[in-house]
Design a protein around this ligand. Structure first.
Ligand SMILES: NC(=O)c1ccc[n+]([C@@H]2O[C@H](COP(=O)([O-])OP(=O)(O)OC[C@H]3O[C@@H](n4cnc5c(N)ncnc54)[C@H](OP(=O)(O)O)[C@@H]3O)[C@@H](O)[C@H]2O)c1
Length: 342
């Protein structure tokens, strides 16, 4: 039983990681098609160690006969082409923000709310959450099961790959320019990103928050519990791959450090690395290329009645995007919710 799979946005930071992840995890494919804009037609992208795929244009692609489409071409492109793929009978797993908050589109992190997948039939679209939300809810879920999360205060330290391949080039080129004393003009970010931190990701909303900060709150409520209050400050940092978060959680009922530690050790998708010594914690550089959500610096927060604080790190291109999307496809397959078409 093997599927015909389309990867949409295959030349991008997320699309390339999806191709890599599908091959590494041996997802049962009989054919993989790489799609991107007309600009990329004919470009070759790798699928695993041995295969190379020639990119085709999304615009002209007929999804009839394709079983699963993993989309990451940006929200406005998904808005047009994801429903077109779904209407042709394909199951769409969309990495963009386009459908995440639509009530009849499941927003899924397989370790947290796999039960939501069953509701995909109506639209045939499943949304992958924002990268910063995914890693936070994977770490919160085992703690929520013990003491119910009431409020989260989170500050993020997000890598430039979260803004795509051109943003990665900007950090590289700006860093080099500063060393050789060349002038630099920021294009992908509103201020210089080399040797700097920018407290602004996505656009500003009327209440002064950014859309990225709003997403962390709204998506956490949709995935984990509609009663959780979240206040986020999202910051872009000069790191290529990996997002880190300083998370402060207030619970409904008491929870000790030991209980939290035990729950996190057993939790799917989580690796607790917390030695309380020099280097005994995980950083973005350590997490790049890895699948786990790492939790370090776990400790009681004595400033609220039932509080914990921790540091959480994951590879935004893997668990924050590609891996989560492929895990959704695996869960659909394993739960018998999809069958390859002939
Ligand atoms: N980066 C992350 O950590 C992350 C995490 C979660 C979700 N996402 C979301 O995933 C999406 C892609 O992110 P990314 O980081 O991979 O961006 P990226 O590196 O800039 O790649 C964008 C991809 O979309 C394709 N594309 C653009 N316009 C297109 C069109 N009109 N038709 C077909 N394909 C088109 C590009 O193809 P060409 O090369 O032909 O232009 C490229 O393959 C965004 O919506 C982003 O918010 C990203």
């Amino acid at each position: 039983m093997a599927y015909r799979v389309a990867v949409v946005g295959a030349t991008g930071a997320v699309g390339r990681e999806i191709l890599k992840t599908l091959a590494e995890r041996d997802f049962p494919v009989r054919e993989v098609v790489a799609l991107a804009s007309g600009r990329s037609v004919g470009i070759e992208v790798s699928f695993g160690e041995k295969s190379v795929l020639k990119v085709q244009a999304l615009e002209r692609f007929d999804f009839k006969g394709t079983d699963i489409a993993l989309f990451s071409p940006g929200a406005s492109v998904s808005a047009v082409h994801a429903p077109r793929a779904a209407a042709a009978g394909c199951v769409v797993i969309d990495n963009t923000s386009q459908f995440r908050m639509e009530p009849d589109v499941p927003l899924v992190v397989p370790e947290v709310n796999p039960q939501a997948l069953k509701r995909f039939e109506k639209r045939r679209i499943i949304a992958n959450p924002n990268c910063s939300t995914i890693q936070m809810v994977v770490a919160l879920k085992p703690l929520h099961d013990i003491a119910r999360v009431k409020r989260v205060v989170v500050a993020t330290y997000q890598s430039v790959s979260g803004a795509g391949k051109e943003a990665m080039d900007e950090l590289f080129n700006q860093t080099r320019s500063i060393f050789v004393n060349d002038p630099t003009v920021p294009e992908q970010f509103p201020k210089p990103i080399a040797f700097n931190c920018i407290p602004h990701i996505d656009r500003f909303l009327d209440d002064g928050a950014t859309k990225e900060e709003w997403k962390m709150a709204a998506e956490t409520r949709k995935i984990l519990d509609p009663d959780i209050a979240v206040i986020a400050t999202c910051v872009r940092v000069p790191v290529f791959i990996g997002h880190a978060e300083a998370v402060h959680v207030e619970f409904e009922s008491p929870i000790t450090e030991e209980q939290a530690e035990e729950a996190l050790r057993d939790a799917p998708g989580v690796q607790l690395v917390d030695k309380r010594e020099d280097g005994g914690y995980v950083t973005q550089v350590d997490a790049a290329g890895e699948d786990a959500v790492y939790v370090s610096r776990l400790r009681q927060d004595p400033t609220v009645p039932h509080g914990l604080a921790f540091w959480c790190v994951a590879d935004n291109l893997r668990k924050g995007a590609a891996l989560n999307a492929v895990q959704i496809a695996e869960a659909l397959h394993e739960q018998g919710l999809i069958q390859p078409r002939r």
